[in-house]
Structure formats: C-alpha cells, structure tokens
Design a protein around this ligand. Sequence first.
Ligand SMILES: N[C@@H](CCC(=O)N[C@@H](CS)C(=O)NCC(=O)O)C(=O)O
Length: 197
Amino acid sequence: MKPWLALNQLRLDHELILINVLEGEQRSAPFLNVNPLGVVPWLVTEEGRGIGESNAMLWYLAEGSHLMPATRADRAEALQWMFFEQTRLEPFISPARFFTTILPQGREARSGDIATWQDRARPGLARLDRHLTDREFVLRSGYSIADIALFGYVHVAAEAGIDCADYPQIARWVDRVSLTPAFQPLEALGQVAAYPA
Ligand SMILES: N[C@@H](CCC(=O)N[C@@H](CS)C(=O)NCC(=O)O)C(=O)O
C-alpha cells in the first residue's frame, strides 16, 4: 500500500501489478525475473532499476516533492520513524494480521505466536500514540513519507487483533491521513488488474 499511496498522492503515472503471495506468485518465474528476491512490494523505475523495501521506495518517490521533509533534521527524523516502523511495528503487526485476518484458518494453531506479536506491537503503538499527542502528523513540519510509512500497518492494527481504543491519538491521526489530498484507501488497491499469467 505504502509506495502505491505515495504514487497516487504525488500523481505519478504508474502501472500497478498485483502479486498473489497466498498463491506463491512471488516465487513464480515471471516475477523472479523482475525481482530475484521474490518479495513484494517491488518498484521498477523509469530507467528499469529495481528498488526493494517499501520505505526505500517512499524515499525514492518523494525526492523533491511535498512528501519529502524540507530540512536536513526533518529528513533525519522522518528516517528515524521509518526505521521505527520497520523494527517496532511491522515485524509484529504484519504476522499477527496475517494469521488473524488474511489466513484466519491458521489462527488457532498460531494463537501463542499471535499473542506474542500483539504484545510486542503494543509498546510501539503506545510510543507513537504519545508522540502524536501534540502534533497533527508524525513531523511537526507536516504530512510526509514518515506518515505514509507508519500508516500502512498502523491503520490495520485492529485486523491484527489489537484493540485500537487504547490509542486515541493514533485514531485521530488515521482520520487526518485519510483526509490528505489524493488519499486512496487500502480497499482500492484490490480494484486493479491482477498479475498476467
Ligand atoms: N520490509 C519489507 C517487507 C516485505 C515483505 O515482508 N513482503 C511480504 C508480503 S507483505 C512478502 O513478499 N512475503 C512473501 C514471501 O516472503 O515469500 C517492506 O517493507 O517492503
């Protein structure tokens, strides 16, 4: 969702190709030809260069735009929160959500792991909630790729079985992000053509 949201908000022409990881398409020959690492998301630039890691894609796409913080210190703080997302939130919300919502048939067998992932996500969510107490967006300078990076998994934390009533500032921030210009909800991501066979 993250690079796709940035592409939309920057109004950049792009082609989105969906890969069905539940069907193992990320390991299919056509996809491995494009990305030998076999993971999504993957961005191919106009020059044909491949870029992995959603936050690296955000950085690449936002260069010189309103989504890239203007000062050196703000860019460093954006990176700080983007690393925070990858180390304190994504590794826990992602698998908890996967086995709770995406593949619920695995829920019972993984209930111990799910509880552990939920417990590990909570301090990160609480930290973000405190941070958002006195600001509209992650950076005081305004909406940026730091918000997009965090929004991806944080706004679906409930789908990981985490009670979001504990994070009222996050709830308000999610609403604010959803109202930014050219915002596209996650559900709209499914409205495009599937990866050609
Ligand atoms: N840290 C990476 C996470 C990439 C990732 O975990 N992708 C998952 C799906 S969201 C994947 O491709 N899984 C398939 C696999 O590992 O076979 C990012 O933010 O881009």
